[in-house]
Design a protein around this ligand. Structure first.
Ligand code: PGA
Length: 256
């Protein structure tokens, strides 16, 4: 079995101003200890306005959690009112950037092509993309999950070097499970994530497929994380709602 370090990321979405973000970061650091950080990579993805505050909190207290962003543009700079560039994120020591979250695809019109540009821009700035893929309820009911996810993975990874794919993170997030309290059974999540890994193998080769970390996301809670993490292909979780509360998120990080 390849040694893929588990990675648990909290996606705060549009929650918490920078004061609340500092408090949550500090509270988490009181709850987690060296053993937790030795076992799991922990990533916090706050809104843009919180990044600098969370960065300084992590760095001044030497808290070994990584900083992540929820989105970015693909250009370094330019006339793109309201956008934030990957160069700006890299300057804040952001290590991970979510690309193509289903809320961005569904509510803000991000296409596979846009998501692919973001993935490549994030890599070009030395950060790690968390490429999100997942099917709608209609697609699931039509038996189209595998085809949908396969297409998103191929499009998201187009033009990305094999070595870069190996260092990436992919998050399988069935859209019907996000924020709904419903989640894929561990067996179903495992089956789709194994299929994602098979697609990665076809497009980027064996080494990338066995190194790439693939998370499950969608209503991950303290009560279901352990059964998901037992699955051989599930390497972590992208956690929304339950990452907003320090106690809940700490219990998820300590699933083992
Ligand atoms: P959820 O969100 O945990 O609230 O379902 C997951 C996500 O959107 O990343």
């Amino acid at each position: 079995m390849p040694d893929r370090r588990p990675l648990i990321a909290g996606n705060w979405k549009m929650h918490h101003d920078h004061f609340a973000a500092i408090q949550l970061t500090q509270k988490l650091s009181y709850l987690l200890d060296r053993d937790d950080y030795d076992a799991v990579d922990v990533v916090l993805c706050p809104p843009f306005t919180d990044l600098r505050s969370v960065q300084t909190t992590l760095e001044s207290d030497r808290i070994p959690m990584a900083l992540g962003a929820q989105n970015c543009h693909w250009e370094d700079q330019g006339a793109f009112t309201g956008e934030v560039s990957p160069a700006m994120l890299a300057k804040l020591n952001v290590r991970y950037v979510i690309a193509g979250h289903s809320e961005r695809r569904q509510l803000f019109g991000e296409t596979d092509d846009v998501v692919n540009r973001k993935v490549r821009a994030v890599l070009a700035h030395g950060m790690t993309p968390i490429l999100c893929v997942g099917e709608t309820l209609e697609e699931k009911e039509a038996g189209a999950t595998a085809a949908r996810v396969d297409g998103q993975v191929r499009a998201g990874l187009a033009g990305v070097a094999r070595d870069s794919v190996a260092g990436m993170v992919i998050a399988y997030e069935p859209i019907w499970a996000i924020g709904t309290g419903r989640n894929a059974t561990p067996d179903d999540a495992q089956a789709t994530i194994a299929a994602v890994r098979a697609t990665v193998r076809e497009v980027a080769g064996d080494a990338a497929a066995s190194a790439v970390r693939i998370q499950y996301g969608g209503s991950v809670k303290p009560g279901n994380i352990a059964s998901l993490m037992e699955q051989p292909d599930i390497d972590g979780a992208l956690v929304g709602g339950a990452s907003l509360d320090a106690d809940e998120f700490a219990r998820i990080v300590r699933y083992r």
